[in-house]
Unconditional design. Sequence first.
Lengths: 116, 113
Amino acid sequence: GAGVSQTPSNKVTEKGKYVELRCDPISGHTALYWYRQSLGQGPEFLIYFQGTGAADDSGLPNDRFFAVRPEGSVSTLKIQRTERGDSAVYLCASSPQTVSGANVLTFGAGSRLTVL
Amino acid sequence: QKEVEQDPGPLSVPEGAIVSLNCTYSNSAFQYFMWYRQYSRKGPELLMYTYSSGNKEDGRFTAQVDKSSKYISLFIRDSQPSDSATYLCAMKGYGGATNKLIFGTGTLLAVQP
């Protein structure tokens, strides 16, 4: 596609429920990132995929968070037993194979998650 | 202490003013420095990136990096109401196992017509 697509754009759920957020990166981009942005804050790194594998998942806050990218394209961020503190905008970004280390990320519009 | 510090603002300027946005950082391993612009309810979009120290100019925008002071700046000349947005600095090291960008908190800019 022309840009990074994220669905749903908005998700309201109840505490304790399971949530999946989907990201469709730019075609041909091998690197995919998930970030979380809370109100008034900058994006906070969660996980980075190079192809199908998670190259760095050091930002995942706990074991309730998990992400997959089974075919090296679309990725799904999964959150189990949601808590009110999980409420944030979840941003996905993709980039081509790193050129000279610049690592230029293109972001999607985000999925706004509200946990009641 | 956060690795990247950025004044959240808000910063309000009249149309046509020169705007200066800044970030400081603590990690001397950072080599790539980016500025992203984020409109309300949108994802961040890349404005400029710079490798190591120096200046880079693109139209009304100039990015400066001073690695000796661990200080980066973005200047906007002849600011327009359409420049009203949150400006995020971001940075990363070179190579290694991770390619993650570390972001500042963002500065909210309002350009008044």
